[in-house]
Write a protein of this length. Sequence first.
Length: 125
Amino acid sequence: MYQPKLEKDIRCPLEYGLTVFGGKWKSRVICVLNEKGTLRYSSIRKEMTNITDAVLATTLKELIADDMIQRQQYDEILPRVEYSLTAKGQSVVPILQHICQWAGAYHTVDNEHAMTQCQTCDYNN
């Protein structure tokens, strides 16, 4: 399993939250899994445009380590692995939606290039 080289120096709950779901890719993965449900790696990759396999794999490992998503592996002739949100991962969705509402008030979205989850987000409410 992925082990960071340095210990996380988290000094307040806000830092913890931003470490767990902050950054460019983690919130996007959470939003994709929230909207689409349980997905295989290739389906997540298809939903996440312009992300490399290495970055997606690392992001998934970090979200698994933080108990935000779960990885279910099926022992079949053609191995199958599925990812889905845990209860902890689902609990962060309203927070991300509030951030999206705030950002919608101050940022103009380019809907032509926005992810489908962003196009259907309720930030206009």
